[in-house]
Design a binder for this molecule. Structure first.
Ligand SMILES: Nc1ncnc2c1ncn2[C@@H]1O[C@H](COP(=O)(O)OP(=O)(O)O)[C@@H](O)[C@H]1O
Ligand SMILES: CC(=O)N[C@@H](CCC(=O)OP(=O)(O)O)C(=O)O
Length: 259
């Protein structure tokens, strides 16, 4: 099977012009078919505070009311996505910015209300990824660049965790390509001690993940990231790695997620 590399880049890198440029230069060097998914949570949090809103995250996901949905759509699908697309175009990559609504590529459902009502947060599954459209783009040498905005097909936009967008697209495409999924962010990997960059946990599986969560070693946005990573390895994605954006091309860096 042909190889496909899907990279997710986190909000703390995108928020930093130099870090973003350095990352994109490395990403440009990855050979073969590739897809980029980006976050932007940090920028959305800062802008929403400036606008007088009260951003709130629960278990790594944003409570998204109607006003917050406007902000995240402007930040993720607008400024962030177009900045990245323009920078990739400058590297002669034929980047094409997408939300789930464009080409009907990702259809979401409102996250069900259990303990928490997340508002306009959309859950997605691999069955609702338009793989025909994506394969067509890849065959035409476009580089799809996804923001974390999806839709329900009835005119409603949703905010979807960017790590979930990355894993769900990877799973959907795993029947057509040998997919490597790389979560790149500002730390060296999943850390045993969040303040010690030399404490990288080299391998995570379901068993030690649950223990690390109980011990509060893994917390916040790292919980949905690893939950998504575990789903990806379980559903046919060849390799899943969580690593520093500077180490993108280093095959030995970071935390590998296994069954
Ligand atoms: N054990 C851990 N190792 C590394 N990061 C962790 C850990 N536990 C919690 N985190 C937090 O998870 C964050 C990454 O998740 P998230 O905020 O969603 O970022 P991203 O934008 O990269 O997806 C890190 O910035 C860190 O603050
Ligand atoms: C529902 C939900 O939580 N959506 C995320 C989407 C952006 C994101 O995931 O950004 P990072 O990868 O930079 O964290 C949010 O609004 O923060």
């Amino acid at each position: 099977m042909e190889k496909l590399t899907l990279v997710k880049i986190g909000g703390n890198i995108i928020d930093n012009e130099t870090a973003l440029t350095d990352f994109l230069n490395l990403f440009h060097q990855i050979q073969g078919k590739k897809i980029l998914v980006h976050g932007g949570g940090k920028i959305a949090t800062e802008l929403s505070q400036k606008l007088g809103l009260n951003p709130e995250m629960v278990k790594g996901r944003r409570i998204t009311d109607a006003e917050m949905l406007k902000v995240v759509t402007m930040v993720y699908a607008g400024l962030t996505n177009k900045t990245i697309v323009a920078k990739l175009q400058a590297l002669k990559e034929n980047a094409l910015g997408l939300t789930g609504a464009d080409g009907n590529v990702i259809v979401a459902e409102k996250r069900p209300i259990f303990e928490v009502d997340y508002g306009f947060v959309g859950d997605i599954t691999e069955e609702n990824i338009n793989t025909d459209f994506l394969r067509d783009l890849l065959d035409r040498n476009y580089l799809p660049v996804f923001s974390a905005i999806t839709h329900d097909g009835q005119g409603q936009l949703f905010n979807t965790n960017a790590d979930t967008v990355a894993s769900t697209i990877s799973i959907a495409l795993a029947q057509f390509y040998e997919v490597d999924l790389i979560y790149s962010f500002e730390k060296k990997g999943v850390l045993k001690d969040i303040n010690d960059e030399n404490s990288v946990i080299h391998s995570i599986n379901e068993l030690n993940f649950n223990t690390f969560v109980e011990e509060k070693i893994i917390a916040d946005g790292m919980i949905p990231k690893i939950t998504n990573a575990l789903q990806a390895v379980d559903k046919g994605v060849s390799k899943v790695i969580i690593k520093n954006a500077n180490d993108l091309l280093d095959a030995f860096a970071g935390t590998i997620v296994t069954k």
